[in-house]
Design a protein around this ligand. Structure first.
Ligand code: FES
Length: 117
């Protein structure tokens, strides 16, 4: 499946979530995504929509693969066994062997920043 390789250019510059700040709000347009790391080192992906922001850890709940966002289908896909998750339905499993959704990360807009809560 060629979906995952094509998605790697869709991410922003990885950033470490130091002091709970992920990225300045002005750096992400509405409809955009931004990859970052949680303080524990876990990879995560942030989404900005017209109504706000939300994020998920991108470690696949099936067997720990590294899931990536595939924007053309609006799905987060794990390349290991092709599990797919819908970030716009709370990370729900759409296809594949995973039985639980991607873990959500609580984020919010605080002033000029998007932060981890
Ligand atoms: S590890 Fe992700 S689908 Fe199996």
């Amino acid at each position: 499946m060629a979906l995952v390789g094509a998605s790697t250019t869709l991410f922003g510059t990885p950033a470490l979530a130091a002091n709970h700040q992920i990225v300045k709000l002005s750096k992400i347009k509405v409809g955009g995504t931004y990859s970052f790391q949680l303080k524990n080192g876990a990879p995560a992906l942030l989404f900005r929509t017209k109504t706000g922001v939300f994020a998920f850890q991108t470690i696949c709940p099936h067997q720990g693969g590294s899931a990536k966002y595939f924007a053309p289908r609006k799905l987060i896909v794990c390349p290991v066994h092709n599990a797919s998750f819908d970030p716009f339905k709370k990370g729900a499993v759409v296809a594949g062997p995973a039985t639980s959704p991607l873990p959500s990360v609580k984020v919010a807009i605080k002033g000029d920043w998007i932060v981890v809560l």
